[in-house]
Design a binder for this molecule. Structure first.
Ligand code: MTE
Length: 321
């Protein structure tokens, strides 16, 4: 994943995943005799934020020391070059179609193996103390950006619901509403988008639920009003626009594993030694550096090995990719 101005993106640079999904969509559309996905959607509900300054600021914000040495990627790159397939294909589509999504009112259902299942209003989540957390965040198609996220530690949030001893994993689910997320009108992926973490991963202080970036609430295309960020994993783990969180005994079957289990594993830890079946994962581009983003070596666990390697001690990370 490389964040650049759209005008500078050459067609040859469109990522393999997008091409692969488009091909799937074409095959399915042809089989169903239907039109192309999101054909007339682009621009219908354009919501390109110019910000920061366009969206509501988050009040109770505490700056962390974490990541202070990193220079944040420009707002426009972070908000106009990403994946959110429910809002279209191509890196600019989620920003162009962001206006379809209505992030208020919004609730998050927390249930499963816990003593205090609840439905939480997003306004109450925003009232919790928020921390500003700057992370280098890398995505699976090999681009990286430094995002000044605002969020709450995931573990602290989950503890409120008192997970019980059978809670070995936690599963997250995105909103299912084809009117707000028109990409769901075609079954290119198995909607709604789902992701999961092992409980010890979810409890790790680096994992968090993002409510904003650049001091403001999240732009829709970045997963408003609440999305996951796990900085040591590939970007597809960072599920957007979450409506439910379930504690489970069994490993959740996340969307990309259901779609292509040989290409995307459950753990998805950034690992330069395990190539994707169709490309190397040894290097990535840093968006906003140089004209097309400068390339640099990918680090194990995205550079967070010291903090998280112990979670995987004794595991074969080639098998558990
Ligand atoms: N969440 C949902 N619901 N739908 C998606 O298509 N794409 C994922 C992830 N979360 C996706 C999603 C992928 S592949 C990536 S790389 C990141 O979101 C990219 O978005 P970001 O740049 O806003 O983090």
């Amino acid at each position: 994943m490389i964040i650049k101005q759209a005008s500078r993106i050459r067609p040859s640079e469109i990522t393999d995943r997008d091409v692969w999904l488009r091909r799937r969509q074409l095959i399915k559309a042809a089989a169903a005799g239907s039109g192309l996905l999101l054909g007339g959607m682009s621009g219908v509900a354009a919501a390109l934020y110019r910000g920061p300054g366009d969206l509501n600021r988050i009040g109770n914000l505490r700056e962390t020391d974490h990541g202070k040495e990193l220079k944040p990627t420009a707002y426009k790159h972070i908000t106009t070059y990403n994946n959110f397939y429910e809002l279209g294909y191509g890196k600019r589509a989620p920003a162009e179609n962001a206006g379809f999504l209505k992030p208020r009112p919004w609730t998050i259902k927390v249930f499963g193996e816990c003593n205090r299942p609840s439905v939480v209003d997003i306004e109450d989540v925003l009232k919790l103390d928020q921390e500003e957390r700057i992370y280098r965040f890398r995505c699976v198609e090999a681009w990286a950006m430094v995002v000044p996220w605002v969020g709450i530690p995931l573990g602290d949030f989950l503890k409120r619901f008192e997970p019980n001893s059978r809670a070995k994993y936690v599963e997250f689910t995105t909103l299912y509403d084809p009117e707000q997320l028109p990409g769901q009108k075609r079954n290119v992926l198995d909607w709604p988008y789902r992701e999961g973490l092992r409980m010890d991963e979810a409890m790790h202080p680096l994992a968090f639920l993002a409510t904003g970036l650049y001091g403001e609430v999240l732009p829709n295309q970045n997963g408003a009003p609440l999305r996951l960020v796990v900085p040591w994993k590939y970007g597809f783990k960072n599920i957007k626009s979450i409506v439910s969180i379930r504690f489970t005994e069994k490993m959740p079957n996340n969307t990309w594993r259901r779609t292509a289990s040989d290409e995307y594993g459950f753990y998805a830890n950034v690992n330069p030694d395990v190539p994707h079946p169709r490309w190397s994962q040894k290097r990535h581009r840093v968006l906003g550096k140089g004209l097309f983003g400068s390339k640099e070596d990918t680090l194990m666990f995205n550079g967070y090995a010291e903090e998280v390697a112990h979670l995987y001690r004794g595991m074969d990370l080639r098998k558990n990719f």
